[in-house]
Structures are given as C-alpha cells and as structure tokens.
Design a protein around this ligand. Structure first.
Ligand code: NBP
Length: 489
C-alpha cells in the first residue's frame, strides 16, 4: 500500500498544536503529527479519526512521512523544549527543509536557532501566533519571521490557516531573525496593558459605582459598539455575565484576584529597558499583576495602612453615575491609544536597532483579526502608517490629537476620582502621566541633571548653548567656575 506523504507536519498536540492541526485539515491539507508523549498523539488521532491527520510515534517516521521540502511547525512549550526538539529533528532533516517554531519563544533564542540552522541549510522561522485556542482553530493572527527563504513554502499554509479581515489573511512576513517573535512579544505586552486598563475600569464600576456584574457587562457591551470595539472589551462584557454552576453566583465574584503570568510581559519590559523605549503602561500592568499576586501581603497591609472612606467616595458619585460612565469610556479609549502608541514606538525603535525594516502598517493590519488585541483602532493605525510610514509616534497625527483633546478632561476626572477614593489606577494614571510628559515642553528633568552633576559630576547640557556641549557646575565651594567639555558620544 502506497502512503501519500503529508504536506505539513506539526509537533506538539496540546491546545495550540491540536487546534492548528484541525484548522489546516479543515482547509484541505494533510498533516503529520507527533507529540513527545505518545498517548496524547494516540488520543488525538482516535478522537479526530480523520484521514488527513497522520499520527506518528517516532521522530524519524514523522519526518520521513513529509513531502519535501519538509515543512514542520513546532508547537511545544517555549524554552528548552524547542532546543530539544531541534536536536532530535536535525539528524533526519535535509538541506532546504523548513522548521518553524510557533510557540512564544524569546526572540533572541529564535535569532540563535536561526543562525545555527542556517549553517546546516535548514530554513528556520520563528512564528508569533496569537488568538488562543479559538484562534488556533478558526484563524489566528500569524507573525512569521526568520530565514526569508522559508516564506514561500510556509505561506500557503499560514495564509490559509490565519484569520481573514476584508478578505486578506492576518498573516504577513515580518522580517529576519527573531523579528516575528519580537512582534508577538510586544503584542502580548500590549495585551497585558489593555487587560489591566479593563480591570481598572471594572474596579471603578464595581467599587466606586457599586454596579453589579450584569450592569458592568452592559456598559462594556455598549462601549464595544463604538470606538473601543475590540476583542478584549467584548470578552470583558461576556465573562461578567457567566454564572458559576456551583454557587449560582456570577463567576467573576468567585475568582480570586491573583493573576498569573507566563513571562512575555516581563520580556517586553526587559527589552524596553535595554532599548530605551518607554512603555510605562505595559510596565505598570506587569507590576500590577505582581502586586495583585501577592495577596497575603495585601491582606496584612489592608488592616494597617489607612485610606479614604470608600462609602463617602461612592456617596459623592450617587447622582453623577451617568456622567462618570461617559468619562470612563473616554478615559479608557485615551489610555488604550497611549498603550498602542507606546507599543508601536517600541516596534519602530527595535526595527531601527535590529535593522528589521518592520512594516508597521502591515503589523497593524495583521493584528486586526484573530489575535487577542484586535481592535477597531488598528484599522486607523493601518491607514495612518500606510499613508505615513515614517510617522514617529501616531499620537502626533491630527486625528489622534483631536481624539485625545476631546478625551483629556474626562480622563483627568476619572483618575482624580479614583485616586481620591483610594482606588489603585496604575494603568490609567500611568497612561495619563505619559501623555502629559510627552506633551510638556519643560519637564523638571533639569533638576535631575543638576543633582546628578552635583553629586556625581555627570555633567549637563545648557538651555543657552548648543546641545552636545556638556558642563559641570560650581556646586561646591572649592569650585570657582563652570567647566565645559564636548561630549564625544
Ligand atoms: P504548552 O505550552 O502547554 O506545551 C505543551 C506541549 O509541549 C505538549 O505537546 C508537550 O508535550 C510539549 N513539550 C513539553 Br511541555 N516539553 C517538551 C519537550 N521537552 N520536548 C518535546 N515536547 C515538549 O502548549 P500550548 O498551550 O499548546 O502552547 C504551545 C506554544 O504556543 C507555547 O509556546 C505557548 O506559549 C504558545 N502559545 C500558547 C497560547 C495559548 O493560548 N495556550 C497562545 C499563543 C501561543 P507532552 O504532551 O509530552 O507533555
């Protein structure tokens, strides 16, 4: 009996891998599958019972069952599992075969693997995939990067599998090396910040306005009809009305306020610090999760540290609920804009630093469908970056300056109300502070320079001399006059 070779191979049959297999098979492709634990492969093949799914129980059989050049997608846990799989696969691969990693790998690992395999003529790609289980099954957003020679072979599979918006696949070649995984990492950073903002908006409605989950759900639902339309706002509306089958209560009321995190937010921050890209809302979102996760400390300090009377704050708003909700909608939109602006700015910086030549318009486009941060705002960003690819920060565009101009009073009222009531609004207030910082001509940072020079002789530039000339001040009695030097950076 002659076995037809499979067109594509997937290794790793947990949530993401299994659903991507089903997705590709539904598009008419034949897929060979392998999983480290054979039982998972066996269960999957038995459950699906689909002639287009070819299960294998040894790496060698799996590789030999694939059409050449072989196209293999790893969907295993990021980290050492990827290196282990590469090691196991390598002896059976031929020059020209394509190996792609669709997990959430750290982009520098992807760069390393890309270079390593390039030396063996194996075309390596690092593919950011977003959309969770549903996305993997029905169409994720896909961000492939790495060896560009891999793209022609991967393209038909990825474009078929990915989500479609306006008839186009939410998948585009991102660039060389680890750029695909970098873009996915930043996507996740934006996701962290967006979720923190939603959580804070929920907290204001729950604690300041004393609204029920049902009512809050309707508010998110109505916001999702307008500028804030997005997967996350829609999902917030949905999760709020889900009931707990055990207690009959709203499930949200029974969920412990201890969030988890898998690391992509932290990676975004580390990269932001290393590349000098300010992403304060993402930073606050990561720190807010850490603070929230430390529930025992919060329980102790709750009884010790004083705060304002929450009942008084609630009473003061009793007649202004409608106005406050209108303010909150505008404040959330303005803050979300700041998050995307910080994220895209970091992408631009990374593109320059790594010479990736990222196409920001295309990135906005492929994030419009399938992924967790899909939102209407991305349509505006796609158009904006396509009309002006060199745009440094999209908040400079006339459209967004007008939007922020209209929102800023509401934004300030929301942050003031929350702070007065003792409600922690780390993301909202960070977004507003960042907005105020970038629009301020004279920041008090001259004081920082004075202090640094006074105690550490770090020198400063002057307002009345050309930039690039550095001076040291006569801070101490023994120093009679200002000295200057030209800084040779
Ligand atoms: P997991 O991240 O939970 O990983 C489980 C898979 O990795 C199983 O197939 C497991 O095999 C395999 N694996 C492990 Br663990 N160690 C291995 C090793 N040393 N060698 C070979 N295989 C190994 O799966 P997932 O949630 O489907 O995610 C897959 C990738 O996609 C991850 O990188 C994840 O970060 C990323 N991602 C996930 C989501 C999501 O919503 N879950 C979304 C986007 C991206 P076993 O069955 O033998 O244990």
């Amino acid at each position: 009996m002659i076995h037809q070779k499979a067109q594509f191979g997937i290794i790793g049959l947990a949530v993401m891998g299994a659903n991507l297999v089903l997705n590709l098979v539904s598009k008419g492709f034949s897929v060979a599958v392998y999983n480290r634990t054979a039982q998972r492969t066996l269960d999957f093949a038995k459950k699906q019972n689909n002639s287009h799914i070819h299960p294998y129980y040894s790496i060698q059989d799996f590789v030999q069952a694939l059409e050449r050049p072989r196209k293999i997608l790893l969907m295993v846990q990021s980290g050492t599992a990827v290196d282990e799989m590469i090691q196991q696969l390598e002896p059976y691969l031929d020059p020209g075969d394509i190996l792609a990693d669709g997990g959430n790998s750290f982009f520098e690992d992807t760069e390393r693997r890309c270079t390593l395999l390039q030396g063996k003529n194996i075309l390596y790609a690092g593919v950011g995939i977003s959309g969770g289980e549903e996305g993997a099954l029905h169409g994720p957003s896909m961000m492939p990067g790495g060896n560009p020679a891999s793209w022609d072979c991967l393209r038909p599979f990825f474009e078929a599998a990915s989500a479609k918006v306006a008839g186009l696949p939410c998948c585009a070649w991102i660039g060389p090396g680890g750029s695909g995984h970098f873009v996915k990492m930043l996507h996740n950073g934006i996701e962290y910040a967006f979720m923190q903002l939603i959580a804070e908006a929920y907290g204001l409605m729950r604690d300041l306005l004393k609204m029920s989950p049902d009512e809050i759900s309707r508010v998110f639902g109505s916001w999702n009809q307008k500028e804030l339309r997005s997967f996350l706002v829609e999902t917030a509306s949905e999760v709020l009305v889900c009931k707990d089958p055990e207690s009959g209560d709203y499930l949200i009321n029974r969920i412990l306020d201890k969030p988890g995190q898998k690391g992509t937010g932290k990676w975004t921050l580390i990269q932001a610090l290393e590349s000098g890209s300010p992403v304060p809302v993402i930073a606050e979102a990561v720190f807010a999760r850490m603070t929230a996760a430390d529930k025992p400390r919060r329980m102790i300090l709750h009884d010790i540290l004083p705060g304002p009377d929450p009942e008084a704050a609630h009473a003061s708003l009793s007649s202004g609920k409608k106005d406050f909700l209108e303010d909150l909608e505008k404040a959330l939109y303005a803050s979300v804009l700041c998050v995307y602006a910080q994220g895209f700015q970091m992408l631009r910086n990374a593109s320059v630093q790594h010479q990736w030549e990222l196409n920001l318009s295309e990135i906005a486009r492929i994030w419009r469908g399938g992924c967790i941060i899909r939102a209407d705002i991305l349509t505006d960003l796609q158009n904006l970056f396509s009309q002006n690819p060199g745009l440094d920060n999209f908040l400079e565009s006339r459209y967004f300056t007008q939007v922020l101009g209209k929102a800023q009073d509401s934004w300030r009222r929301v942050v003031c109300r929350g702070i007065s009531a003792g409600i922690s609004l780390s993301a909202f207030s960070s977004a507003l502070a960042a907005y105020d910082a970038i629009r301020t001509q004279n920041l008090p940072a001259n004081m920082i320079q004075a202090l640094r020079d006074s105690f550490g002789a770090h020198m400063f530039e002057r307002t009345d001399r050309p930039e690039g000339l550095f001076f040291h001040g006569p801070w101490h009695n023994s120093e009679a006059q200002i000295s200057s030097t030209v800084y040779n950076a």
